[in-house]
Ligand binder design. Structure first.
Ligand code: HEM
Ligand code: 2DC
Length: 469
């Protein structure tokens, strides 16, 4: 006997009152903790209404499987209203991130071939490998200049530059030079705009941006300025390649980057290409850099695991004789470490889909068209899903265990993260080079939690010490 939708436990009757309580609990910064608390109170499924968002929340991998099987041909996520509102306000085209339906699908299919197809790794890896090497060179220089044979610092700004340099090298097939001594103020401004764009999104998630716009609120203005900065810089980079492509008469010698490939392919309109390339550039900075920062932090906390990874890397290096593509096939523990980081510190608190058909979860009927959220942060810390969840154990991702719908940091299916292959290769190559060159240590007694600024971020600066090996 299946129970009806309206019997799902939770607070969904008064969206406005719930929004008020959410605000009192500082929910805009603590969304992940509030979700944890709700699962503790209501069990593995609850319904919630905050402001105008009415959603069903789930936590079990088996239930996630049911959800994703019902996502339909045009999987649809929760709409981040302020992002769409900006595009409407400035008359900008949406890229694949914000498109839906057939428009999304037709763009995504073409982008997939150039961005997420495993075949492209051949092109991406040499570019990303060079950026990783340059990062190491930069750290060696910093250490030499300090004169103490070590460097203690909050690496986040350095990692932002690394991530922007990485994603740009793949998108544009050329280096921006962000790891040099001189940093282009335009690029620095772009980085700051992305941080600000994320930060100003979360307080607007539950309030209609049109309202905030009308009352001239500061958060909306800051949000618009941030996106303006992002579009302006991305546009400059795109124009640059566009111009080069028109001047270049000779035959192409090397891989020209994602943007030039898309332009030459001529299957998407220039406007569509620009919109998605801008999203890729903006989406490629804070995501990988914060994940790398968390990974270094965990490896500093667990020196023995750090040694295990280093040993695996050394063996892989010897076996692959300088072929980096080969090397990436021989580092399961490094890959496990990244999965482990995303389990404990996911970029996205939740994955969401509107169901395309009726389903049954936890014996409740859920009608088609319902917004269902998988609590990714909560799932990663659930002892029923991951034994001893508080422990950082890259080895739990080796072949011995069942991983059915447990590794979801990049989402799932045709709507999963478009930047996934770039992100994975970039992060793996970074860890290879860093662990081959430095030992990572941290100060004792500093426990870092997360704060929600649309993506999850460390709630305080993480200070790490890098020592040459
Ligand atoms: C979407 C995570 C890096 C671009 C997503 C989604 C997640 C995610 C969870 C939603 C997927 C879904 O709904 O199933 C991550 C993580 C990253 C990362 C954990 C790094 C550690 C990147 C990078 C780029 C990027 C480097 C760009 C190069 C995008 C885009 C989408 C997306 C464009 C929207 C795709 C669509 O709607 O079709 N990402 N991401 N991400 N990500 Fe990432
Ligand atoms: C935030 O309740 C919490 O990858 C909301 O690279 C639901 C929600 C919807 C969409 C998610 C978002 C959350 C977190 C950030 C994500 C986003 C989809 C894509 C985006 C996960 C979970 C991200 C960071 C993209 C961003 C690209 C953009 C800057 C151009």
């Amino acid at each position: 006997f299946v129970r009806p939708f309206r019997e799902i436990p939770g607070l969904w009757k008064n969206g406005v009152a719930n929004l008020y309580n959410f605000w009192k609990m500082d929910g805009f910064k603590n969304l992940h903790y509030i979700m944890l608390q709700n699962f503790n109170t209501f069990g593995p499924i609850y319904r919630e209404k905050i402001g105008y968002y009415d959603s069903v929340n789930i936590i079990n991998p088996e239930d996630a499987a049911i959800l994703f099987k019902a996502e339909g041909h045009y999987p649809k996520r929760l709409k981040v209203e302020p992002w769409n509102a900006y595009r409407e306000y400035r008359n900008q085209k949406c890229g694949v991130l914000l498109k839906d339906g057939e428009d999304w699908r037709s763009n995504r299919v073409i982008l997939n071939k150039e961005v997420i197809s495993p075949k492209m790794l051949e092109n991406f890896v040499p570019l990303l490998d060079e950026v990783g090497q340059d990062f190491v060179t930069r750290v060696h220089k910093k250490i030499q200049r300090g004169g103490q044979n070590k460097w203690t610092t909050d690496l986040s700004q350095e990692l932002f530059k690394f991530a922007l340099e990485s994603v740009s090298s793949v998108l544009y097939g050329e280096r921006l030079g962000l790891l040099q001594d001189y940093i282009d103020p335009e690029a620095q401004h772009f980085i700051d705009c992305i941080t600000c764009m994320f930060k100003t999104t979360s307080p607007m998630l539950y309030i209609p941006p049109s309202l905030l716009r009308r009352i001239g609120s500061k958060v909306w203005k800051d949000h618009v300025d941030a996106w303006d900065g992002i579009f302006k810089h991305a546009d400059r980079c795109i124009q640059n390649i566009y111009r080069q492509l028109r001047q270049d008469t000779g035959v192409v010698k090397k891989y020209p980057g994602v943007l030039a490939s898309l332009l030459m392919l001529d299957k998407l309109s220039t406007e569509d290409i620009k919109a998605s390339v801008t999203e890729l550039m903006a989406g490629g900075v804070d995501t990988t850099s914060i994940t790398l920062l968390w990974t270094l932090y965990e490896l500093a906390k667990h020196p023995a695991i750090q040694e295990d990874l280093r040993a695996e890397i050394a063996a892989a290096r010897a076996e692959s004789q300088g072929d980096m593509l080969e090397m990436l096939k021989r580092i399961p523990l490094v890959k496990g470490a990244l999965k482990e980081t995303l389990r404990l510190h996911p970029v996205a608190v939740s994955l969401q889909r509107y169901t395309a058909e009726d389903i049954i979860i936890q014996n409740y009927h859920i009608p088609a068209g319902t917004l269902v959220q998988l609590g990714l942060y909560a799932m990663g810390r659930d002892p029923k899903v991951f034994p001893r969840p508080e422990q950082y154990q890259p080895s739990r991702w080796l072949k011995t265990q069942v991983h059915y719908f447990r590794s979801l940091g990049f989402g799932f299916g045709p709507r999963q993260c478009l930047g996934r292959r770039i992100a994975e290769a970039e992060m793996q190559l970074f860890l290879i080079h860093m662990l081959e060159n430095f030992r990572v240590e941290k100060q004792r007694h500093v426990d870092v939690q997360s704060t929600f600024e649309l993506i999850l971020l460390p709630d305080k600066p993480i200070l790490l010490t890098l020592k040459p090996l």
